[in-house]
Design a protein around this ligand. Structure first.
Ligand SMILES: [Zn+2]
Length: 163
């Protein structure tokens, strides 16, 4: 996967993001292309554009990238790419691995994206109690995830549109 460098509006480097995320930022007018691969183009829905190597945010963002992003339901869905942690299908809900009824907290490490069916099936049980296996462990968001959250950007609608 190609990585694109993201600069703040004042040209300071902020993070690297996947090509897909870089294209989403440009298509949503959050960033402009500063440098592109010569000759390489990417198609995204009806748009064709050069493959960006460096993009720059249109608006200055003050983001504590090295700090932990505050927890949010939307943040969990963005971090997990809207994929259910139990079956890999499209997720629209957030599951507490250790249920709130058993003292589970709203934290990055205790929450995962889940499809409505699995969330309902698991109910107020731990994965072990429910006989369900996590496909991956929950984790703190990466700097790139934090960047998307800080920009109020949800790439969900673009995931299928971008090549
Ligand atoms: Zn599921």
């Amino acid at each position: 996967m190609r990585e694109t460098l993201v600069l703040n509006a004042g040209f300071e480097p902020l993070a690297t993001v996947s090509l897909r995320r870089a294209v989403v930022l440009v298509l949503q007018d959050k960033a402009v292309v500063e440098r592109a691969h010569p000759g390489l183009r990417v198609r995204a829905s009806a748009v064709e554009m050069p493959v960006p190597q460096v993009i720059r945010l249109c608006r200055y963002v003050r983001v504590p990238f090295r700090q932990r992003a505050p927890w949010s339901r939307r943040g969990v869905l963005v971090r997990d790419r809207h994929r259910c942690a139990y079956c890999g299908q499209r997720a629209t809900t957030v599951d507490h691995v250790v249920p709130r009824a058993h003292g589970g907290q709203d934290t990055w490490l205790n929450t995962v994206a889940a499809c409505a069916a699995d969330n309902h099936r698991k109910a107020d049980r731990t994965p072990e109690q429910a006989g369900m296996r996590l496909l991956s462990r929950p984790f703190e968001p990466t700097p790139a995830d934090s960047l998307l959250l800080a920009l109020g950007l949800d790439e969900r609608d673009w995931l299928t549109a971008v090549a």
